[in-house]
Design a binder for this molecule. Structure first.
Ligand code: NDP
Length: 242
C-alpha cells in the first residue's frame, strides 16, 4: 500500500512543491487550500500526471471541523502515514509598534493553532512508522526585526511543537521533524506587501540568492522517507546559509 500524506496549503508555493515531490516519490496526496481553486486544480493535475492518487480539499486549517473533514477525506485513501504541516501566512511587513491585533491573531491562528489542530488529527490516526514534518522558518532564530516579529515568534513555537511532539510520539513509532526555510520565492511575500522581497534580500543571504520551493520540498520528502528512520525532533535549516 502506498503512503498517504496530507499536505496543508498544497495549492501553491512550498506546499505545492512538496505535494509534487512526494507524489513522484510514491505518496498518494490529500492537500487542502483555502481559496485559490485555480492553483489547487493545477497542483492536482500535476500529481495525477505522476500516476498517484490525489484529492484537493477546500479546508481552513484554523477550523477544527474543517481539519477533521480533511483528515476523514484523506483516510478514504488508506491509513494516513504522513503530514506536512505547511499552511502559513505572514502579515504586512512593518515595525512592531504598527502591528494590528487582527493581523497578530490571524498569524497565530494559522501558523500555530492550525498546525496544532492538524498535528492532533495526525497523531490520533497515524499508525506506527508514520511521520510529520512541520514547516518552520529561519525567522524562528533570526527574529525578523522591523518585519514581522510576531510571525517569527509563531515559527519558534513550531520548533518547540516539533521537539515536544517528537518525544511524545516516539514511543508510538511516529517521527516529527521541522524544515526551516530561509527566504523562498513564493506568493507569500505579496501578502507581506513586498512581492520582490526574495530578490531584494539576496545580498544578505550567504549563498547570494533566495531559495526555490523545490529546494525545500527535497528536504521534506527525505524527512518523510525511510532514509530518515532515525531522525526525529530535529529542525533542518534549508536557508542558503542564513
Ligand atoms: P504561499 O502563500 O505561497 O502558499 C500558502 C498556501 O497555504 C496556499 O496553498 C494557501 O491556500 C494555503 N493557506 C493559507 N492559509 C490557509 C489556511 N488557513 N487554511 C488552509 N490553507 C491555507 O506560502 P509559502 O509557500 O511561501 O509558505 C508555506 C510555508 O512555508 C508557510 O508555513 C510559511 O510560513 C513557510 N515559510 C515560507 C518562506 C518563504 O520565504 N516563502 C520562508 C520560511 C517559511 P490559498 O491560496 O487557497 O488560500
Amino acid at each position: 500500500m502506498n503512503p498517504v500524506t496530507v499536505v496543508t496549503g498544497g495549492s501553491r508555493g512550498i506546499g505545492a512543491a512538496c505535494a509534487r515531490h512526494l507524489a513522484t516519490a510514491g505518496h498518494d496526496i490529500v492537500f487542502c487550500y483555502r481559496r485559490d481553486t485555480h492553483a489547487a486544480h493545477q497542483t492536482l493535475a500535476d500529481i495525477h500526471a505522476t500516476g498517484r492518487r490525489a484529492i484537493a480539499v477546500p479546508a481552513d486549517t484554523t477550523d477544527p471541523d474543517q481539519v477533521h473533514h480533511l483528515f476523514d477525506t484523506a483516510a478514504t485513501l488508506g491509513p494516513i502515514t504522513g503530514l506536512v504541516n505547511n499552511a502559513g501566512v505572514t502579515s504586512p511587513i512593518g515595525p512592531f509598534t504598527d502591528l494590528t491585533l487582527t493581523d497578530l491573531r490571524h498569524v497565530i491562528d494559522v501558523n500555530l493553532i492550525g498546525y496544532i489542530l492538524c498535528a492532533q488529527q495526525a497523531a490520533r490516526r497515524m499508525p506506527t512508522g508514520s511521520a510529520i514534518v512541520n514547516i518552520s522558518s529561519a525567522a524562528a532564530t533570526l527574529g525578523s526585526p522591523g518585519e514581522y516579529i510576531h510571525y517569527a515568534a509563531a515559527k519558534a513555537a513550531t520548533d518547540t511543537l516539533t521537539i515536544g511532539l517528537a518525544k511524545e510520539l516516539a514511543p508510538h513509532g511516529i517521527r516529527v521533524n521541522a524544515v526551516a526555510p530561509g527566504i523562498v520565492r513564493t506568493d507569500l511575500h505579496t501578502i507581506s506587501g513586498v512581492p520582490d522581497r526574495p530578490d531584494r534580500a539576496a545580498d544578505r543571504i550567504p549563498m547570494g540568492r533566495p531559495g526555490e520551493p523545490d529546494e525545500i520540498a527535497g528536504a521534506v520528502t527525505w524527512l518523510l522517507s525511510d532514509q530518515a528512520s532515525y531522525t526525529t525532533g530535529t529542525v533542518l535549516r534549508v536557508a542558503g546559509g542564513l
